[in-house]
Design a protein around this ligand. Structure first.
Ligand SMILES: Cc1ncc(COP(=O)(O)O)c(C=O)c1O
Length: 403
């Protein structure tokens, strides 16, 4: 198959925008020099990097010098955590949430094995954070608080500005994983008041292999990749000029298309969700209606394994995903849904639909035509899986799932 006809998995990754490809191509074919070289063939590329940096800075109301290009969201997140911990070696405690992406949670797991202490803030049944618990978790030896801006599975948006204020009051660094937010909601680092913010290009129509870390001006910073003096000594490694240019162009497009995301795409998502809940009995939305990313809907289908739904959707050339990882035939339930108090059975029966800027009315209709009969077919055939007890969210219950 060349192109999936109906792609409702934009939180996993997005297509490369033609405008982005056009912008980056010359840097793969003709302008392939090394920006650190003294001669013009290489040196002239600095201009392209600077221009891309200005475009990404504009997307998030940052200053260009506050941005560091990385290879992906995961590298950005690992770097922020690493930097905060090195800033004061006496501080060996981190606070994060039970519903973060594995880029954060697995790194915390790695730190815990090295003697660092990690506190996971729980969420309620709507996916909302217990801010009182968060505030009480911050100690005199806390190096950093890290809370995602929006959850990749449910789309829940967290009160980042409020948490940033709390952290500033307590003199603790604050990082937000903004990977799912770029291109979907307005980003303004000054309003958010964060010290660090991570982004990933492939979530907003740039290629895979480019990410970004915002580091607020005057914030103490310790590089993660040490080598050449690239990125003003803050990230070693020859610049991936083509991908950097691509990120700049993707940021311009994201800014221009944001109103469309907040109106047309959100309306389509609402329509898709309302119709599923209306037409198919035994369906429930996971997470609140608002505040939520405009493109994401996570729905559980009582008595059906998400794996079955996804397989039959795939046969109809529809891409969606579950928060579950399928390993050796058994489904690991989503740690996000489990943290929200969903039973294992409900967590395994949940499907995420994430629309994109290219999603159409016709595609939503196509899904709505097929989904009810898919669920009915599975309900009439499949034995209902055994339910399990609600599991405590913990670092050790994490699976190796993508996105
Ligand atoms: C919320 C969130 N954070 C971090 C990441 C990791 O980003 P990357 O794939 O660029 O490493 C993802 C990717 O799915 C994500 O959804």
């Amino acid at each position: 198959m060349s192109q999936p006809p109906v792609y409702f998995d934009n939180n996993a990754t997005t297509s490369l925008a033609p405008e982005v490809l056009e912008a980056m191509l010359p840097f793969l074919t003709q302008k392939w020099g090394n920006p650190s070289s003294a001669y013009r063939f290489g040196h002239q590329l600095i201009e392209a990097i600077d221009s891309a940096r200005a475009s990404v800075a504009a997307l998030m109301n940052a200053e260009p010098r506050e941005l560091i290009f990385t290879s992906c969201g995961t590298e950005s997140i690992n770097t922020a955590l690493h930097s905060a911990l090195l800033s004061d070696p006496q501080k060996r405690h981190l606070v994060t949430t039970a519903v973060e992406h594995s880029a954060t949670l697995k790194y915390c797991q790695h730190l815990a094995k090295r003697g660092f202490e990690i506190t996971l803030v729980p969420v309620n049944s709507d996916g909302g954070l217990d801010l009182g618990f968060l505030e009480k978790s911050i100690r005199s030896d806390t190096a950093l608080v890290s809370v995602m801006l929006a959850n990749n599975e449910t789309g829940v948006i967290f009160p980042i500005a409020e948490i940033a204020t709390m952290c500033r009051r307590k003199g603790v660094f604050f990082h937000t994983d903004g990977v799912q937010a770029a291109g979907k909601v307005k980003l303004d680092v000054k309003e958010l008041g964060v010290d660090f913010l991570s982004l990933s290009g492939h979530k907003f129509h740039a290629p895979k292999g480019i990410g970004l870390l915002y580091v607020r001006r005057h914030t103490r910073f310790h590089p993660y990749l040490v080598g050449g003096g690239q990125e003003r000594g803050r990230r070693g490694g020859t610049e991936n000029v083509a991908n950097i240019v691509a990120l700049g162009r993707a940021a311009e497009l994201a800014a221009a298309r944001l109103p469309q995301m907040e109106t047309r795409v959100q309306k389509l998502r609402n329509q898709l969700e309302a119709e599923i809940l209306r037409m198919i009995p035994g369906t429930t939305r996971n997470g609140p209606k608002e505040p939520r990313l405009p493109n994401t809907s996570n729905i559980s289908f009582e008595g059906v394994e998400a794996e079955g739904i996804l397989m039959l959707l795939d046969q109809a050339d529809i891409c969606a995903s579950s928060g579950s990882a399928c390993t050796t035939g058994s489904l690991d339930p989503s740690h996000v849904l489990v943290a929200m108090g969903c039973s294992l059975e409900r967590a395994r029966a949940s499907v995420r639909f994430s629309l994109g800027i290219g999603s159409t009315d016709t595609e939503v209709k196509y899904l709505l035509e097929r989904l009810p009969s898919i669920v009915e077919r599975l309900r009439s055939n499949a034995p209902v899986s055994a339910g399990g007890a609600v599991q405590e969210a913990s670092l050790s219950s994490l699976s190796d799932k993508p996105a």
